[in-house]
Write a protein that binds this ligand. Sequence first.
Ligand code: NAI
Ligand code: MG
Length: 501
Amino acid sequence: MAFDLTRLHPTNQQFLARRAAGEGLLADGQWKASRDGKTFDTVDPATGAVTGKLSLASSADVDEAVVAARGALAGWKATTPVNRSKILWAIADIIEENIDALAELESLDQGKPLFVGRWAEIPGAVNQFRFFAGQAMNIEGQTLESSIDYQPAGKQMRTWTTREPVGVVAAIVPWNSPLVLTAMKLAPALAAGCTIILKPAEDTSLTALRLAELMSEAGLPDGVLNVITGFGAETGASLAAHPGVDKIAFTGSTATGRAILDAAKTNFKRVTLELGGKSPCIVMDDADLELAIPGVANAIFFNGGQVCIAGSRLYAHSAIYDRLVAGVVEYAKGLKMGHGLDPETQMGPLVSVRQAERVEGFIQRAQADGATLLAGGERSGEAGTFIAPTVLADVSPNMEIVCEEVFGPVLAVQKFDDVDEVIAAANDSDFGLAASVWTESLSNAHRMSSDIRAGTVWINCHAMYDPSLAIGGIKQSGWGRDSGKQAMDNYLEWKTVCAAV
Ligand code: NAI
Ligand code: MG
């Protein structure tokens, strides 16, 4: 049964009414319909009910948004760091003031349980804007002692560097954690003085559109942020290929990351890519299982496993294998699935029927390959988007379920006996986004955090985020880092100045 939209927070009802009017694209501070009037539906994934109509941006709409961003660039670049910082801080405040309504909108659109948005992701978005409000005032060049022999009469050589915004940024974001991943692109780009065209994912555009309204209210000048909605293969591809874009900041699948690279090569756009993962959770024989059992279960089942850093490969030491796996299976079976807006819900639906079918296919192929199903496995719900928390044992290193990103609540469990063996197994992956190690041994913690090839290693925890910490991967998990002061480098170029003065 469709969720009764009249029960939504009043600001969300008003927002959906504005969206229903069909003016869902933002360019140069103006909300407009797409030029050809085309729209597409957005749905509540738990029920399949249509919750709104979004504008479908064609290449002409993309062009208009790019022109707007380019037009606003000089003014935003010239805005002093303290004034950029003030606006970023005001954006953080306004998100925080609207946190309940934004969490509700995210649940309705994406499916996630209310608590995920309310207590993890939207506070995470607020923190991104606060952190980068600080970074806006911390952009540094260098002065360098020159070794250049050339000295015209009466002159000396002076050399220095400055940082400049990279220019017009296309931010292309996915559907798993829409608002916080959007914040991770927008906050550093704005801090650096860039202007932006944001393309949210087709399944989850609502909070991006609401965020854009709030950002204008917070004082962001017209044209600095522009938003286009539509499908990846048309709207997204048209933005990625646009010659007026200087940089693409992308989070999403490895396959789409490759398409973005192809599109970027025409004018050598700068590209950062936060891509897939197949992150290992390694539980040693000396681990505190009271901590590790809920820890590794949450590492995979949080947000229904639709998390780039989800702990989807569990390596259990043979000495604790039985207890650990029994604990994780019990945890999986106890999770309450339901509509994201039901306060009792611990795990919501997957974002779309397409994603649920994809995940179900992985589970079926794993069983055909010889895996044993210990929990979950089935798809349910009126829209067919719920997948029960799934645990698969008796898997081997070459199976698809161990090698490929599933992006659903599916855990593949393997047994190991010694530390060298498990480090080699953890590193035997095309991906290198994240890992967690569960151990009470200081030596294991140090050794493994150093030898595991991943962008982040957590010890006795998983998926802990802080705006000061960089996130990103090695190997096929991507290029560059989001979050942390490293993210400023994504949006700044170096300029060298060499002067005879
Ligand atoms: P996707 O990578 O295709 O979508 C992400 C974003 O890219 C969306 O905004 C989409 O509209 C856009 N996009 C798609 N094709 C594009 C193109 N040719 N040019 C420019 N933009 C384009 O992800 P999809 O297909 O929705 O999900 C497929 C799989 O990708 C998932 O099962 C999961 O394994 C992985 N994925 C990983 C994410 C991560 O955070 N690492 C996030 C989302 C998906
Ligand atoms: Mg939706």
